[in-house]
Design a protein around this ligand. Sequence first.
Ligand code: SAH
Ligand code: SF4
Length: 337
Amino acid sequence: MLSLSAADEVQALYKHAYEVKKQYVGTTVYFRGLIELSNVCTKNCYYCGIRSGNPLVERYAIGKEEVLAEAAWCFEQRYGSIVLQAGERSNATWTEFVTELIAGIKELSQGQLGITLSLGEQTEDVYRRWFEAGAHRYLLRIETSNPTLYKMLHPADHSYEARVQCLRTLKKLGFQTGTGVMIGLPGQSVEDLADDILFFYDEDIDMLGMGPFIPHKDTPLGYLVASYDPEQAVETGLKMIAVCRIALKDVNIASTTALQALKPSGREMGLLAGANIIMPNITDTRFRRGYQLYEGKPGLDENALTSRQSLEKSILSIGETIGYGQWGDSQHFRNRG
Ligand code: SAH
Ligand code: SF4
């Protein structure tokens, strides 16, 4: 299915995936307000614009009161939950800061805002403290399930095995666990993508966040900017969403910003190919420019309210509804008890 290329066959694939989505998770889209806490990162992934080795990035960290104000805004807008994402850091000051944020967000929403974290690899103890403070979902992309390709995309001190172990720890602790890959990485084959889906299946994953790889000029993979084909990248990204929906059925699948970066209607196309989650960026526009994992990130100047209104309109226009005020938990998580 991932190899289909004739236009009518690709459309038939999306259509079938949409039927599976309707049957297993319905046509309600859930919003997760995305707050990009900080672009400080101790890792140095070769593909990422905010890697520690990029001296051209001005580093920022949003303060506690500001994060809480952004979360309160999400709560008022009746977003069911939020995502706290940042570069990876493991020092105690940082992990304690995150614990305080989680507790603060729970308090201001009387426990009602769901909290997803996307803060990289941490020790079991840190994951446990964050879970106990009130976070209940975690996103940690495996990036690629091919260990050889993983090695080629990361410095020697980044470990594929450690990342898989983190996913297992998160699940053991009770987190709804999300992972995902970048699609269209240099050296990645269709078989690799098929293996990624088997990895999601074998690891019994609850949520998926996948998106096209988009080269960033100030990274070791910047040489790929010149030959990059956005049309192709969008199509492969959508096919991957569709095949994941067909194969895995009841998981939550995000239609990611990277799709929108390549095509203005990319996120809506993702919903029509089988995704059911959208993560609107609500980070204050002052900080957004600093958080460019890839180039061409959309909505750098768009404020959170106008982007919510236009998103709402386009979702209604494709005949779907928005699950305001609901967590929208992964059915898969419920089904695995
Ligand atoms: N530091 C955390 C979370 C922030 S990075 C972590 O790495 O888990 C979030 C995701 O951005 C990564 O998992 C990666 O899949 C994605 N990303 C980074 N660089 C990218 C690029 N050039 N194109 C597309 N996605 C990218
Ligand atoms: Fe850091 Fe995540 Fe980017 Fe890797 S992908 S450099 S861990 S922010």
